[in-house]
Write a protein that binds this ligand. Sequence first.
Ligand code: PLP
Length: 409
Amino acid sequence: MIRMNENYLKLQASYLFSEIAKRVNGFVAQNPDKKIIRLGIGDVTRALPTACTTAFHKAVDEMAQDATFRGYGPEQGYEFLRTQIAQHDFRARGADINAEEIFISDGAKCDTGNFQELFAADTRIAVPDPVYPVYVDTNVMAGRTGAWKDGRYEGLVYLESTEENDYVPALPKEKVDVIYLCFPNNPTGRTVTKAQLRPWVEYAHANKALILYDAAYVAFMRDDSLPQSIYEIDGAQDVAVEFRSFSKTAGFTGTRCAYTIIPKRCKVYDSQGNPHSLHALWDRRHSTKFNGVSYPVQRAAEAVYSPEGQKQIRELSDYYLVNAARIRETLGKLGFKCVGGDHAPYVWVKARMDSWKFFDLLLQKANVVCTPGAGFGKCGEGYIRFSSFNSHENVELALQRVAEALRDL
Ligand code: PLP
């Protein structure tokens, strides 16, 4: 008899976005004439930068000739891309990261999801609340939690991001081994200063813990004094892994390319307390289970770092940030407290009612789709997330309708 991994039974039946889809589809079936505007799911809407598509085409043409054709590439990614990343994203900002410390992959979702495979079954995990659900669900699948109880999984340590702490969680009171952090944050849109990030690195040093730092939204940061990478904090290279992605930076959500940084100084420990290289462990895992991102995609990603590419990705994120500012301004004028949207594509709005009730209200009255905060964790209850990934025209229309729908609340 083939037996299942029963940890899957602990998972909450309805994943956030499938429940949203169910409600939206139901509404559309009942109201076929209504035009829905989607400010919910975090998928980009604008085309790839031309610098990327030009490089993409050229690389596809190379694949059409025997002389320039490429088969399997290095599992860790091509040198040409890893060198550009190390230089532009890290070394230029004073973070001493080398090309060999970078692993190219087909997504930060896979990397943040898969990374927990390297840890022991009894590793104590801390996750933010609200949180990008992948960090939690993959640890549930791996059996690192107990049952779902009162809106949380037993055995996980939740780092609460609330209005009281201005959406930057406090350090865990108990000892944990792995801490997931995400800045700019999904869903709150909140960023951190170097002074706020430093104690986490110190905590990790003091407790021989590891920080998994998700910087998928770094392209939206506009204040240069804020840390774009955790490696801008002294000592972080011993205790932190960083995840990045071209998805939101350059519109690669459908093209798929991301990267994970594991400094060679970073250690994990065996049951005897002996240190081992985390880089070597991930290298073993990655090259056993992954065969690299396609050559044309890596060439397209490399083009992000050309002068035209840099200009074009800036224009892309600027475009969405205009939407985010409009969303925040409009909701603020309607009397709702908002965070995010200034260094992130998301605006986190205190709904003054139940998350799903607010979601249904906007769907029914304004025909606008947002994301109920409750889907991101217990602390997300009473909030909704607006995404700025849409055209200026749709955002303006959506905001007019939202303003109308909420005026009499
Ligand atoms: N990390 C965070 C915080 C995200 O919000 C997302 C996507 O929405 C990802 C990672 C996934 O990125 P990718 O498209 O590279 O898989």
